[in-house]
Write a new protein. Structure first.
Length: 584
RNA sequence: GCCCCCGUAGCUCAGUGGAUAGAGCACCGGCCUCCGGAGCCGGGUGCGCAGGUUCGAGUCCUGCCGGGGGCGCCA
């Protein structure tokens, strides 16, 4: 039964298609999955009939035909046909595509619906260590976490950013003593110039070389844990100076993290005894070699013995597992989170899985709350080994970002126009260089290791930030050149040329792509979408004259397509935390 | 020794159990009185190996091989 065309709001054409197919399959067998996929034979194909046929004991083609007969697709598809062993091939109607683009264009959200219901999501990311430089490992966590925060926020979820910085533990004894040795003023000066690692190394050197220093450091740790006011004050100096340094990097990077998002490990100190007590009360705690542990089922060590999560060390101190458990409890109970995302490197997989398991056992992590390890791989150099400086040291994030901007500026200078304003070039270089670094990180499937390669990430070709930014800037230049505003939002385009139709098909996938990124926590799918949209656009622009279109109607239609594409590119980049310059 | 992740084209990477596995780079060849050539169009190579599950496997399972990581009191 086809509905009449044009009356309904269809902000997300592909969702509508999926819903209609689900209904058609449900008529044949309740709950049957249409298995809707992109197709190279048509626009889409529904493969669900094959699995269903098996279940029903009927021939697949017959099932597929039954689905097609019962499907309400008349207004969406111009062709629906059963093919091969029982595939349902779907070709969208040009009218439906044009209507969808019109609805998308009229919508400030470009067809992306707010998630219903909205969820409270805690995203744990970045997590650098006080008195240490941020390095490439923090880069991945920070960039991926920021993109997820933006995507979830755009979908209407209530996102709580948590920067779980390492601000506690035995090293602080030696750091504080080193601070005292230098004198507060001199120490703060050294820290403020940004060389946190040098400070740490010096402290470490004293610790290793001088037994007296070692002893002072130990006593200082005890004082710190006992909340001695003067010791806390000195510790706070270190924390504040580090948070300030982190914020400089975050600002350069253009991520949403703020000092108030810092919830350091120390924030849970007061709760750690309760954590142990609750575990004890629930009978989960086992004392083993003096340490108090929980042995979650399913985890074994090298001898095949149960693997402990050490909550309290034999010396009475709390392990980081205790802190992580306290954080889970806090996020669920106090913050009311429905979903917890941990943007943490893959090596910590087992630790996190054990924490989740223990939190489930203890009742701190109810079934209704999802805890997900958003794992990512290492950053490698072009030699395939861990990314390091030529001297073999870790690469400071601040230096890396500076180099990105410098390289981008050089690339712009090489090809830039004469009339360029140096200040603007500088600004664009920042957007380009930082964008390139972020995009390169986000564009590969995050669980893989990824190769950090300046030349590749700054190339204006392929799945890169500059390529997507360039496509956007090029579109914006059309309107500058024409000295015209884009047509009214919601202008319904004509889809005549195959390239126009291909562009339309690319555009309508935006809402589903964003939803998929939020669900899977895989930002690379948005990168994939954007680079494909950009290349589909350039093919369109190559073939279809816009400003010199044959008729005014066609010109307006194509300008509307250009505008919608530019808006989707800019919105998509924004969701990745990447700027979309007007010109470059 | 056990556990986890990864292995797709020469290189960098996509690929939610579906039909003939896709991009970009590099290489070759076209398209320029070109709305931004930083472009477009075309050209060929590949799922580490061996089994298994399935109507159907790059995808799921098992075992190998290769790379990386983890494996009690660091965080």
């Amino acid at each position: 039964m086809a509905r009449g065309g044009g009356e309904w709001a269809m902000p997300d054409l592909l969702q509508t298609l999926a819903d209609r197919l689900a209904a058609a399959f449900a008529q044949v067998a309740p709950g049957a999955d249409p298995v809707l996929r992109r197709s190279d034979r048509a626009d889409f194909q529904a493969n669900g009939a094959l699995a269903l046929a098996k279940r029903l004991g009927r021939p697949p083609q017959e099932v597929a035909e039954a689905v097609v007969r019962g499907a309400d697709l008349g207004d969406l598809c111009e062709r629906v046909e059963v093919s091969g062993p029982g595939f349902v091939n779907l070709t969208l109607a040009a009218d439906a595509l044009a209507e969808a683009l019109s609805t998308m264009g009229a919508d400030d959200r470009l067809g992306v619906a707010r998630s219903e219901p909205a969820e409270r999501v805690v995203v744990d990311y970045s997590a650098p260590n006080v008195a240490k430089e941020m390095h490439v490992g923090h880069l991945r966590s920070t960039i991926i976490g920021d993109a997820l925060v933006r995507v979830l926020g755009f979908l209407g979820h209530e996102v709580i950013r948590e920067n779980h910085v390492g601000d506690w533990g035995t090293p602080f004894g030696m750091l504080i003593e080193h601070l005292l040795d230098l004198g507060e003023a001199a120490a703060l000066k050294e820290l403020s110039v940004g060389d946190l690692d040098a400070f740490y190394r010096e402290a470490r050197a004293s610790f290793d070389a001088d037994p007296a220093f070692r002893e002072r450091s130990r006593r200082r740790v005890v004082l710190l844990q006992a909340k001695d006011p003067e010791t806390l004050r000195l510790w706070q100096l270190l924390v504040a100076e580090s948070v300030r340094a982190f914020q400089e990097v975050y600002d350069t990077l253009g991520v949403l993290l703020r000092p108030e998002d810092v919830v350091g490990e120390s924030a849970y100190n007061d709760q750690l005894p309760e954590i142990v007590a609750e575990l004890e009360a629930k009978g989960l705690l086992v004392e083993d070699q003096g340490a108090r542990c929980v042995f979650p089922p399913g985890f074994t060590n090298r001898e095949g013995q149960p693997l402990p999560l050490i909550v309290q060390k034999s010396d009475g101190g709390f392990g980081y597992a205790a802190t992580d458990l306290a954080a889970i409890r806090d996020r669920v109970q106090r913050l009311g989170a429905r979903r917890l995302l941990y943007v943490v490197g893959a090596p910590q997989a087992q630790h996190l899985q054990m924490c989740f398991a223990v939190a489930r056992l203890a009742g701190w992590l109810p079934e209704a709350v999802d805890a997900e390890h958003v794992a990512f791989g290492s950053v490698l150099g072009t030699d395939g080994k861990m990314f390091r400086t030529r001297a073999g040291g870790t690469v400071k994030l601040a230096d890396l970002l500076q180099e990105a901007v410098a390289r981008a500026e050089a690339a712009l200078a090489e090809r830039g126009q004469e009339d360029e304003d140096p200040a603007e070039r500088r600004a664009v270089a920042r957007q380009l260089g930082i964008g390139a670094v972020k995009y390169a990180d986000l564009a590969t499937e995050r669980t893989r290791d990824y190769v950090f390669d300046w030349n590749r990430m700054l190339a204006f070709e392929g799945n890169t930030g500059p390529y997507v930014q360039y496509a956007h800037a090029r579109i914006r230049s059309i309107f500058r050149r024409a000295a015209t505003e884009p047509p009214p939002r919601g202008t319904r385009p004509l889809l005549e040329a195959p390239e126009e139709r291909a562009l339309a098909l690319a555009l309508v996938a935006f809402p589903q792509t964003v939803a998929e990124v939020a669900r899977s926590a895989f930002p690379h799918r948005l990168c994939q979408f954007l680079s494909e949209l950009a290349s589909t656009f350039t093919a369109f622009y190559e073939t279809c004259p816009v400003l010199r279109a044959e008729t005014e109607e066609r010109r307006q239609s194509r300008l509307a397509l250009c505008d919608l594409t530019a808006r989707v590119l800019a919105q998509g980049l924004d969701l990745l935390g990447i700027a979309a310059p007007e010109r470059m």
